[in-house]
Each structure stands twice: as structure tokens, then as C-alpha cells.
Design a protein around this ligand. Structure first.
Ligand code: UT7
Length: 321
């Protein structure tokens, strides 16, 4: 492939909520949350929407790439917490940005959503259908989280991140792998609307996010190292030749276990989950943007992006910056 990430952007809600504040809502403690997850605070929307956050992140990615919204040919938004069933978030973002020449649609692969959307965009560009794409991952999970469930409400945060990708000469995105296991969908789920029409009314099963944390944990530490090895084998790169592993920010202990299994030092696993929590499809692009803007990504750096989440879905990608 010869598709390069030309610019990154992100946006977070203004309000931050500390672990201490959560102790007023559920029976938990700052110590428990930090020890078991590494999270100290998260950003929670008090008015920002998925569309305003994703549009802001996209605008910054375009600015960072030195491109205008009218140049965008494909606009993808990965999300599992859209504010509307229709129209899709990508079309609403398109309207805010004025990206009138883009084809726009959403994609939901939960926490792997951004990676799956990036892969989709690359396939379109690789096929010659479009020359470039704006790819965002955004969530307002705070509206689908059960704020009385201490097993989940302490984990998640709201935010959005985006990248602008374009066909280029060499380097860029070197390889992708992605997998899904629909047989294990029950370990992390959230129903949307129950079937209700003049002929039938069925009860809704899980209006809010429901999760078997231990199952998700063991899935992640088993499948993510395997799929990172798979993308490295596919591209002929060794783990020691990778500069940074930018992973979905779910839990510090998950990242530490993955690093150990790959025999890679934790220093090469940058983290922001302490400040932003688990933002599902926004996790990877927000972290990537922070690294980009702080100058940690040098031209030629090799970066592995890897995500995992509900579905179950998981994937990895190797990028030469
Ligand atoms: O993007 C993917 C999204 N999902 C994930 O990444 C989830 C992956 N899983 C995890 O991160 C961890 O499983 C959790 C952080 C969710 C939970 O940590 P754990 O070490 O697996 O705890 P546990 O579920 O085994 O629970 C241990 C104890 C239980 O009490 P008992 O039964 O031992 O008395 C829980 O009730 O901790 C209790 N507990 C809590 N205590 C204080 C669960 N949540 C909390 C809490 N505060 N917030």
C-alpha cells in the first residue's frame, strides 16, 4: 500500500470527571480504579455531541494536513454511540465541515471501529476509487453507560479523533489485519431499540452497556498479541523494529500484559488512558494525535496501531510515519 497519514486531529469535552467524583455515584474508590485500570479521570460530555466532537477533530486533521474540506473525497465516522439512527454521523459531520464533495457514511466495529474504518478507507484509495479520505473515530459513551454499574461506568470517556489519509509515493500504511468473532458478541453489548410495531412489542434486553470484564480482558491479552504478530509477519518487520505500539486504551494492565507477551518494553506503549479513560473508537486516533502534536512521531518511525472490542472485533496495522 502507498497511503500516508497526512494529518491528525482530536477533540475532547470540556468537563473532566475524576475517580473521586465517581465515588459519589457508585461504591468504588480512586485506589481501586487506578490499580485495576490505570484510569484517573475521563472527559464527559455536558453538551458536546458526537457530531460536534468528530467535526472538530476532522477540522483539526485537515488543518494539520494542510487540506481544505472541499478536497475530501471520502468521509468515514466510526462510532457505536451515534446520536441519530439516521442520518449517519458522517453526513452530519460533512455538513458542519462543508465537505460537500465527499461520500460519507458510518461504520461500527466498537473499539476496533477506527482501525476498521481506516482499513476501509485504504481499500477505497488503493482501488483508485478515491484519492484521499478523512477517517474519524468518535464516541459519547456517557449516554449509553449505566451510571449505577461500577463495573463499567468507571471505564469510559467521551471524545473524538481523526486522520486525513492520501495516496502517496512510499511508506505510509504498510499492512493490515482485521478479525471478527460474532459467536462471542454477548460479552460486551448494548441494545438499541426494542422491536415495537402494531403487531409486536418485545422487551429490550440491555439498554445500557453490559460487559463481562474478565472475558473481555482475557480475549484482549490473547488475541491482540497474536494479531500484532500476524501483521508483523505479513510485512516482514520484527517487533524490536517497531518504534511505538499505539493501542486501544482500555486498561493499563491489558497493555502491560500485551507488551510482556510481545517482549517489548512498556516505554514503547504510549498511554493516555489515565487522563481520558476508554473512548472506544476514539482511543487510537486521539492518542495518535497527541503523539503527533508532541513531536513523538518522526518521519520513518514504525508504528503499530491495534484495537479490540465488542463484536468481538480486533485488528492491527503497521504504519511508516
Ligand atoms: O474496550 C473494551 C472494553 N472493555 C474492557 O476493556 C474491559 C476489560 N476488563 C477490565 O478492564 C477489567 O475486567 C475490569 C477493570 C472491568 C474489572 O477488573 P477485574 O480485576 O477483572 O475485576 P473483577 O470484575 O474480577 O471484580 C473484582 C472485584 C469484584 O468484587 P468481589 O466479587 O471480588 O467481591 C467486583 O465486584 O471488584 C469489584 N469491583 C469493583 N470494586 C470497586 C468491580 N468494579 C469495581 C469498582 N470499584 N469500580
Amino acid at each position: 500500500m502507498s497511503i500516508r497519514i497526512m494529518g491528525t486531529g482530536s477533540a475532547l469535552p470540556e468537563k473532566t470527571v475524576s475517580n473521586l467524583e465517581l465515588t459519589k455515584l457508585v461504591d468504588t474508590s480512586d485506589e481501586w480504579i487506578r490499580e485495576r485500570t490505570g484510569i484517573a479521570q475521563r472527559h464527559i460530555s455536558t453538551g458536546e455531541t458526537l457530531v460536534t466532537l468528530a467535526a472538530e477533530a476532522c477540522g483539526r486533521a485537515l488543518e494539520n494536513a494542510g487540506r481544505d474540506a472541499s478536497q475530501v473525497e471520502l468521509l468515514l465516522v466510526a462510532t457505536c454511540s451515534p446520536e441519530r439512527g439516521i442520518p449517519c454521523a458522517a453526513c452530519q459531520v460533512q455538513r458542519v465541515l462543508g465537505a460537500e464533495n465527499a461520500a460519507a457514511f458510518d461504520l461500527n466495529a466498537a473499539c476496533s471501529g477506527f482501525l476498521f474504518a481506516l482499513h476501509t478507507a485504504c481499500a477505497y484509495v488503493e482501488a483508485g476509487i478515491y484519492q484521499n479520505a478523512l477517517v474519524a473515530g468518535g464516541e459519547v459513551l456517557s449516554k449509553i453507560v449505566d451510571w449505577t454499574d461500577r463495573g463499567t461506568c468507571i471505564l469510559f470517556g467521551d471524545g473524538a479523533g481523526a486522520v486525513f489519509v492520501e495516496k502517496s509515493g512510499t511508506g505510509g500504511i504498510l499492512g493490515f489485519v482485521q478479525h471478527s468473532d460474532g459467536t462471542r458478541g454477548d460479552v460486551l453489548k448494548c441494545d438499541s431499540r426494542a422491536l415495537k410495531n402494531p403487531y409486536v412489542e418485545l422487551p429490550m434486553e440491555a439498554e445500557f452497556v453490559q460487559m463481562d470484564g474478565r472475558e473481555v480482558f482475557s480475549f484482549a491479552v490473547r488475541q491482540v498479541p497474536a494479531c500484532i504478530r500476524e501483521v508483523l509477519t505479513k510485512t516482514g518487520v520484527r517487533a524490536e523494529e517497531v518504534d511505538l505500539f499505539v493501542l486501544h486504551q482500555a486498561n493499563r494492565r491489558i497493555l502491560e500484559t500485551i507488551a510482556k507477551r510481545l517482549a517489548v518494553d512498556m516505554e514503547r506503549f504510549p498511554m493516555n488512558l489515565d487522563r481520558v479513560g476508554n473512548m472506544s473508537s476514539a482511543s487510537i486516533p486521539v492518542l495518535l494525535d497527541e503523539l503527533n502534536r508532541s513531536g513523538r512521531l518522526e518521519r520513518g518511525s514504525r508504528i503499530v496501531l491495534a484495537g479490540f472490542g465488542a463484536g468481538l472485533t480486533y485488528g492491527a496495522c503497521l504504519v511508516e510515519w
